[in-house]
Design a protein around this ligand. Structure first.
Ligand SMILES: N[C@@H](CCC(=O)N[C@@H](CS)C(=O)NCC(=O)O)C(=O)O
Length: 202
């Protein structure tokens, strides 16, 4: 089994952190997406969307989508549980993971694609759209701060895949100058906690 990875990209990092939390080792193969190493016919055979991460199983079949890959590992090694335990907690983890992906990670991704210098030349850009997405991301990060007022982690008392998604989103957001604001003390406390876990360096 091996995972196609790019150290600087936030989506494969979600899986690397997940694996580190579980103590699972997987061979990593670096694919330099900034040099379009993923935009080749061979690579599109592995994932028609051309995106990372991809997990290639021993029979040669491939799984993509970071959350799907994490679910695969949760099934084969349930401990420690990172998708929640019991009906309610599992639903809350799912709820928060989806909210963070759709409501915050996606806008941050659009800011990177449409406004950042490094993404120049990677596709058509609409700077005004990028600015709108930046305002949306900032608003939703403020919402996240308020949600963390009374909880240690976003979905409850336990660290979960939803927290991993926040960590990767916030570190990615920093590259486009979307920062935790000084008054966002709940989020700052959460960030200090999550980023000091050993898995955060994965
Ligand atoms: N929803 C996907 C997102 C995958 C994605 O967008 N990956 C980026 C890296 S973070 C990528 O491979 N982009 C390829 C490119 O820009 O050509 C997941 O979670 O796996």
């Amino acid at each position: 089994m091996k995972m196609y990875d790019y150290t600087l990209a936030p989506s494969p990092r979600r899986v690397r952190i997940f694996l580190a939390e579980k103590g699972i080792d997987v061979d990593l193969v670096q694919v330099d997406i900034m040099r379009n190493a993923n935009r080749t016919p061979e690579f599109y055979q592995k994932n028609p969307l051309g995106s990372l991460p991809i997990l290639e199983l021993d029979d040669g079949s491939c799984l993509s989508e970071s959350v799907a890959i994490c679910r695969y590992f949760e099934e084969i090694q349930p401990a420690p549980p990172l998708f929640g335990v019991g009906a309610r907690e599992k639903a809350l983890v799912e709820m928060w993971n989806r909210r963070i992906e759709l409501e915050i990670f996606a806008p941050v991704g659009h800011v990177w694609s449409h406004l950042s210098k490094v993404a120049e030349g990677r596709g058509r850009r609409f700077p005004e759209f990028g600015e709108i997405q930046k305002r949306a991301a900032l608003d939703r990060i403020a919402w996240l701060d308020s949600e963390l007022t009374s909880r240690e982690f976003i979905a409850g008392p336990n660290y979960s895949i939803a927290d991993i998604t926040i960590l990767c989103m916030l570190d990615f957001a920093r590259t486009v100058d979307i920062l935790i604001q000084p008054k966002q003390t709940n989020l700052a406390r959460w960030y200090s906690n999550a980023s000091s876990r050993p898995s955060a360096t994965a």
